[in-house]
Design a protein around this ligand. Structure first.
Ligand code: A3P
Length: 312
């Protein structure tokens, strides 16, 4: 995939003490017009936005949020694909490359809308920073997230010519992946804002009940003990792995149909582990990736454990 640098029409004002001129953003070649469309899109005050880097537990949080917002309607959740109930902002354009229909899945939603995006803060709609609707951000150890990305890619026919180590080497040597540290730190430094709930995959694994309670409070929703019990069961790894509506089958089928590549089957909800990288990578390779992480985080004066909220 070819990338090019992209400079948005404007940057958020009074949000972060940052020299935006120094902030590099990259996009896949051919997506500039789409990013302009997103920059100017209409945001509703009662929208709920879920922003993450890929493979950080987005789907897990998305199902959680959708249920909280929709009064714990488990029957409705089980009868429609997650991606239709709560669209991925970039998806329609990735698949159909038509600006006229690119935002239709979002525009067709009834309020309150739950919208997922992987875009970095400066490329998200400009109205977010004036209207400040509720926004949730989830981060995950990049070692686990990148491994997850490798297998997810293979399930659509990408990365088939690469070993896991080759894939990771390319990632840690690319200027685009470097920007992931801007992606997360921008939200991390905003984490005490009342409109933002910042958490990590690791925190979700540690105490999902607490995260559900926090989210209910953040979104001004009540939850009974019975609903909590159902939530914990529905959101468990085993149930989500077996749930045909939370494994992105609808999206994956469209990507497979577009590219028609030979692929490997990996269920979307795959291993769901914290530290699964230890089973996949040699100690030498792990320390190489850790050095890359630490080198970049030094620029922001934070550690990986800070970003994962494991020091709180
Ligand atoms: P693995 O590939 O490491 O298993 P995203 O939704 O951001 O793409 O993240 C996908 C990752 O979240 C996958 O990680 C997937 O297994 C994991 N995941 C999804 N639902 C989960 C759940 N209920 N419990 C634990 N992990 C889950």
């Amino acid at each position: 995939m070819e990338f090019e640098q992209f400079v948005p029409e404007s940057y958020p004002k009074d949000l972060l003490d940052k020299d935006w001129k120094e902030r590099k953003c990259y996009c896949v070649k051919g997506r500039r017009d789409f990013l302009c469309l997103v920059h100017n899109m209409f945001v509703k005050n009662d929208d709920v936005w879920l922003v993450t880097l890929p493979k950080c537990g987005t789907t897990w949080m998305q199902e959680l949020l959708w249920l909280v917002i929709n009064n714990f309607d488990f029957n409705a959740a089980k009868s429609e694909h997650l991606e239709i109930r709560t669209p991925f902002l970039e998806f329609e354009y990735i698949v159909n490359e038509d600006l006229k229909t690119a935002l239709r899945p979002i525009e067709m939603l009834t309020s309150p809308r739950l919208i997922k995006s992987h875009l970095p803060l400066p490329l998200l709609p400009a109205q977010l920073w004036s209207k400040l609707p509720k926004l949730i951000y989830v981060y995950r150890d990049p070692k686990d997230a990148l491994i997850s990305q490798y297998y997810f890619g293979r399930s659509m026919g990408f990365n088939m010519d690469k070993t896991l180590e080759q894939f990771l080497t390319e990632k840690i040597e690319s200027r685009e992946t470097e920007c992931d540290f801007d992606h997360v730190t921008e939200f991390y430094f905003l984490r005490s804002q009342p409109w933002l709930y910042y958490t990590s995959f690791e925190r979700m694994k540690m105490n999902l009940r607490q995260i559900i309670e926090d989210i209910c409070q953040f979104l001004d929703r009540c939850i009974s003990e019975e609903q909590m019990h159902q939530m914990l069961k529905h959101l468990s790894f085993e149930e989500m792995k077996a749930n045909t509506k939370t494994n992105h089958i609808w999206e994956i089928e469209q990507v497979r149909a577009k590219h028609r590549l030979p692929y490997e089957d990996h269920s979307f909800v795959r291993k769901g582990k914290v530290g699964g990288f230890k089973e996949e990578l040699s100690p030498e390779f792990i320390s190489r990736v850790d050095s890359w992480i630490n080198k970049h985080l030094m620029r922001y004066n934070v550690t990986l454990n800070d970003l994962l909220l494991l020091n709180d």
